[in-house]
Design a protein around this ligand. Structure first.
Ligand code: AMP
Length: 401
């Protein structure tokens, strides 16, 4: 971050305080707020006045009948939690950016304080990356820090356009953003090999670009979860009524062929826990992956798959995990996912680098109670995946240009 004194300087910090609220409009999980504390504290220590910008939900998609924003989208709801995490008072200013008096109100706040502004998505221009709005936001401070990795893949006014109004010496990444980028870069550049990527979750269609880019980087790719069945069916297996994307069978075969050509080992499950109903209650059996009877569906990987995958994980130096191995929300079908989490934790203890993120992977690793046993858990699901897919992240490039 900035290596300069910021005494009496106004610093705008884009954070990701898009936190869940309960029915009493209380923050039910403050992980994201907690994650921004080091950046804010460090700026305060350098003498800055910190002006926080964040979005919360999608207020325009869920308006009151009279066209007003629902109270649950106001950042007023999070003031106390931000204040508790920072262990200091937070000044909330809900004056719209469109009113000039907002500048005077910010100036009236003593230096060394933290100011929280209202939801950036209360402005139509935010999600459109509107220049006029971004300019208004930029005019509130002399410096800009982007610490919202979770929205780095969006070209919004407060995440990307705003940075264009600051020169190189007046904009930078926050500490959380730096940590995310440094960690994700470990699976993109100077990779410590062998590199094993584990991809699970429901649909192949969501992960095509991810798998294609990983074919250029990884030494082996493990495919699990619901998406594995499209590959198995494409290879001629019987998958019963397991999840399958009929229009992606050719693509699955193309990916298998590409992996062969590139010398990437593509590993599919050997067996599955199968059942007749999509619930935790029915009887289940373990069947070879391509021999699932009609009317049955695979909801988790079986023991043979777990052993194979564990062995491959333990023989790797760099491991990326995205997506559960089964319907881990049901206790009977969580074993595959939890065993992968265990294998990652074991590999980490042995000195391998392990990165978890995207989709439900973060929920899965915390459900397994192992989030502190891996090298890094990314907080920015979509942004992490887009970075690994090789896409340009507007929130990053706007700081670098
Ligand atoms: P994703 O968001 O793509 O990571 O997908 C996560 C979802 O995939 C979770 O809600 C899992 O329950 C679901 N899932 C994983 N394996 C299966 C499976 N074999 N059948 C149906 N759903 C699955």
């Amino acid at each position: 971050m900035f290596d300069i004194e910021l005494k009496n300087k106004d610093v705008i910090v884009r954070v990701d305080f898009n936190v869940p609220l309960d029915s009493n409009l209380q923050v039910s999980d403050d992980t994201r707020i907690c994650a921004a504390v080091p950046t804010i504290t460090s700026l305060l220590e350098k003498g800055a006045k910190v002006i926080l910008l964040s979005h919360l939900g999608r207020p325009f998609k869920d308006l009151e009948d009279n066209g007003n924003f629902k109270p649950k989208y106001s950042l007023k709801n999070i003031i106390n939690t931000v204040s508790e995490n920072l262990k200091r008072n937070v000044v909330f200013i809900d004056t719209p950016l469109t009113e000039d008096r907002i500048k005077e109100e910010i100036q009236a706040v003593d230096p060394h304080n933290v100011i929280l502004l209202e939801n950036t998505r209360f402005y139509k221009g935010e999600e459109k990356g509107d220049r006029e709005l971004a300019h208004k936001m930029a005019s509130l401070g002399e410096f800009y820090v982007n610490d919202a990795f979770g929205t780095a893949h969006r070209e919004h006014a407060s995440t990307a356009t705003i940075a264009r109004y600051f020169d190189k010496d007046h904009k930078t990444f926050g500490l959380l953003m730096e940590k995310e980028v440094t960690n994700i870069s470990k699976v993109l550049n100077d990779i410590n090999r062998p590199f094993c990527a584990i991809i699970g979750g429901a649909k192949v269609s969501d992960k095509i670009t991810l798998i294609e880019n990983l074919l250029e980087k990884a030494d082996k790719i493990i495919i699990g979860g619901g998406m594995a069945f499209t590959f198995i069916k494409a290879q001629g297996g019987n998958i019963g009524k397991s999840l399958c994307e009929a229009d992606k069978l050719d693509l699955a075969n193309t990916l298998i062929e590409k992996a062969e050509t590139k010398g990437v080992k593509l590993l599919l499950p050997l067996d599955a826990k199968v059942t007749e109903e999509f619930s935790n209650d029915g009887l289940y059996l373990t069947k070879p992956i391509g021999e699932i009877p009609d009317g049955w569906m695979g909801l988790d990987i079986g023991e043979a798959s777990i052993s194979l995958f564990e062995q491959e994980i333990l023989e790797s130096q760099t491991i990326l995990w995205n997506g559960p191995m089964g319907v881990f929300e049901f206790a009977n079908y969580a074993q595959g996912t939890f065993e992968i989490a265990n294998a990652l934790s074991k590999a980490t203890r042995r000195g391998s680098y392990t990165l978890v993120g995207g989709g439900d992977s973060v929920a899965a690793i915390s459900k397994a109670g192992l989030e502190d046993e891996v090298s890094f858990v990314s907080t920015g699901g979509g942004a992490m995946l887009e970075m690994i897919e090789g896409k340009d992240l507007p929130g990053l490039s706007a700081i670098l240009e």
